[in-house]
Ligand binder design. Structure first.
Ligand SMILES: *[C@@H]1O[C@H](CO)[C@@H](O)[C@H](O)[C@H]1NC(C)=O
Ligand SMILES: *[C@@H]1O[C@H](CO)[C@@H](O)[C@H](O)[C@H]1NC(C)=O
Length: 402
C-alpha cells in the first residue's frame, strides 16, 4: 500500500490532488452502466475540511446518503412539528456537488421520538401519525431524492415480521400503506424496502421478497430493495450467492442496490485482514457489477474515522475502504477493480509513490484484472484476463475475470 509512511495531513494534501482527474469509484461504476457509487455521511463530520474535501470528490462519490438527519427523531421530534435543518444541509451539499441523494428513512423501529415509541395508540391514530410523517417528509424533499428507504428493517432475523410498534397496532398493512403514502407524496421518487441479512438466500431474504409481493398485492408501488451489506471480514457472503440473491429480487420486477456496505474486522487490523477485506469488498461490489438490476453501491461512510462500527460492535472496526487518517486501504483498489477500473503505481516528483487510477473502459489496458470486466455488448476494453483468472460470461452485457 502506498502513502503509508507520511503523516496524515501530508497524505491528505499530497495524495488526494493526484486523484482529482483520475477514474474513481463513481466514474468506474457509471462506465459500467451503474447509476452511482456513493457513501453515507452525517452532519457532525461536515466540520472536518479534509473529510469534506474527499466527500466532495465526485470521481469517487456520485451519491450521498444522510446517516441520521432524515430519520423520524430528527425530522419530527414532536408530533406534527417538522425540522429539516440538518437533513437539508446534506441534501443541499448533494445538489451543489451534482451528487444523487438516497433519502433514509421514513418508517423504522429505531430512532423514533418518544411520542411515537411511548405513545398511546390505536390502529387508526398510529396510521394517521405515520401517514402524516411520510407525507410531510417526502413532500419536503420532493425532487431532491433519487430514492427513499420507505420501510427500514421490518423483519426479524428468522424472517417473521419485526414486532415493532407499527406492526403491533396496524399489522403487516403498515408496510404497503407506507409505500402508497410515499408514492402519493412524490410519484417520481424510487421507493425501497431496506434491510440487512437479506444479501444472500435464506428465510429473511425470502421474507423480504414476500414483502415486495405484499406491497404489490395492495396495489401499491415498490421500485427497489436495499441490501444493506454490513459484513464481517472473512465471512462475507460469496459473490455468486449475492448475485443469485439479487437475481431473485430482480425476478419480482424491482431493482436492487447495496445501500450500507461496510466490512468490519476484529481489531487490531493486520495486513492479512486488510487483504481479506479487499477480497470481500471486491466480491460484493462485483456481485452488483454483474447484475443489471443492481443500480449502485453505497458504503456506510468511507473512512474508519467516522464509522459507526466501533461504538456498536465492541472490539471491532476498520470496516471502511479508507482508514482513520483518510488514507486508502487495499479495499479501495478491490472495489475499483471490481468496477472495471485498474490501479497503477506512479512516482511523484518527491519520489514517494502514490496511486492513480485509470479505467479499462478506455481500452488503454490490454489485460483485465481479477473482477474486472472483460466483455459484453459495447465493451471496448480488455478482453484478456490477468493470469490465474478466466473471462466468465454473465449476460450479453457483462463478462468478468474470475
Ligand atoms: C464541498 O462542496 C460544497 C458544495 O459544492 C462547497 O460549498 C464546499 O466548499 C466544498 N468543501 C470542501 C472542503 O471542498
Ligand atoms: C388497521 O387498519 C388498516 C386500514 O384500515 C387495515 O388495513 C389493517 O388491517 C388494520 N390492522 C388491524 C390489525 O386491524
Amino acid at each position: 500500500m502506498v502513502c503509508l509512511s507520511a503523516k496524515a495531513l501530508l497524505l491528505a494534501a499530497g495524495c488526494l490532488p493526484q486523484l482529482v482527474h483520475s477514474a474513481g469509484l463513481d466514474t468506474s461504476a457509471v462506465a459500467l452502466g451503474k447509476l452511482y457509487f456513493g457513501t453515507a455521511t452525517d452532519n457532525p463530520e461536515l466540520t472536518d475540511t479534509a473529510y469534506v474535501t474527499q466527500l466532495n470528490n465526485t470521481d469517487d462519490f456520485g451519491q450521498i446518503t444522510p446517516g441520521n438527519s432524515q430519520k423520524w427523531d430528527a425530522t419530527e421530534p414532536s408530533q406534527n412539528t417538522f425540522t429539516f435543518t440538518n437533513g437539508d444541509v446534506i441534501a443541499d451539499l448533494a445538489e451543489a456537488n451534482g451528487q444523487k441523494l438516497r433519502c433514509h428513512n421514513l418508517v423504522w423501529y429505531n430512532q423514533l421520538p418518544s411520542w411515537v415509541s411511548s405513545g398511546t395508540w390505536t390502529n387508526a391514530t398510529l396510521l394517521a401519525a405515520m401517514k402524516n410523517h411520510i407525507t410531510n417528509v417526502v413532500t419536503h424533499y420532493k425532487g431532491q431524492c433519487y430514492a427513499w428507504d420507505v420501510v427500514n428493517e421490518g423483519l426479524a432475523d428468522d424472517g417473521t415480521y419485526r414486532d415493532n410498534i407499527f406492526y403491533q397496532y396496524i399489522g403487516e398493512a403498515y408496510i404497503p400503506i407506507a409505500f402508497a403514502t410515499a408514492a402519493a407524496a412524490d410519484p417520481d421518487v424510487k421507493l425501497y424496502y431496506n434491510d440487512y441479512n437479506i444479501e444472500y438466500a435464506g428465510a429473511k431474504s425470502t421474507a423480504a421478497q414476500n414483502i415486495v409481493k405484499l406491497i404489490k398485492s395492495y396495489g401499491a408501488k415498490i421500485d427497489g430493495v436495499g441490501l444493506q451489506g454490513h459484513f464481517i471480514v472473512g465471512s462475507t457472503p460469496s459473490q455468486s450467492s449475492q448475485a443469485s440473491n439479487m437475481a431473485a429480487f430482480a425476478a419480482l420486477g424491482v431493482e436492487v442496490a447495496i445501500t450500507e456496505l461496510d466490512i468490519r474486522m476484529t481489531l487490531p487490523s493486520t495486513d492479512a485482514l486488510l487483504a481479506q477485506q479487499k477480497t470481500d469488498y471486491a466480491g460484493t461490489v462485483a456481485a452488483c457489477a454483474q447484475t443489471s438490476a443492481c443500480v449502485g453501491v453505497t458504503i456506510w461512510d468511507w473512512t474508519d474515522k467516522y464509522s459507526w462500527v466501533p461504538s456498536t460492535f465492541s472490539g471491532q472496526g476498520a470496516a471502511c475502504p479508507w482508514d482513520e487518517n483518510l488514507v486508502k486501504k487495499p479495499a479501495y483498489t478491490g472495489i475499483l477493480t471490481a468496477l472495471g477500473g485498474t490501479a497503477t503505481s506512479t512516482s511523484t516528483a518527491s519520489g514517494s509513490s502514490t496511486t492513480t487510477s485509470t479505467s479499462t473502459s478506455t481500452g488503454s489496458s490490454s489485460v483485465a484484472q481479477q473482477y474486472g470486466q472483460c466483455g459484453g455488448s459495447g465493451w471496448t476494453g480488455a478482453t484478456t484476463c490477468v493470469s490465474g483468472t478466466t473471462c466468465t460470461y454473465f449476460n450479453d452485457w457483462y463478462s468478468q475475470c474470475l
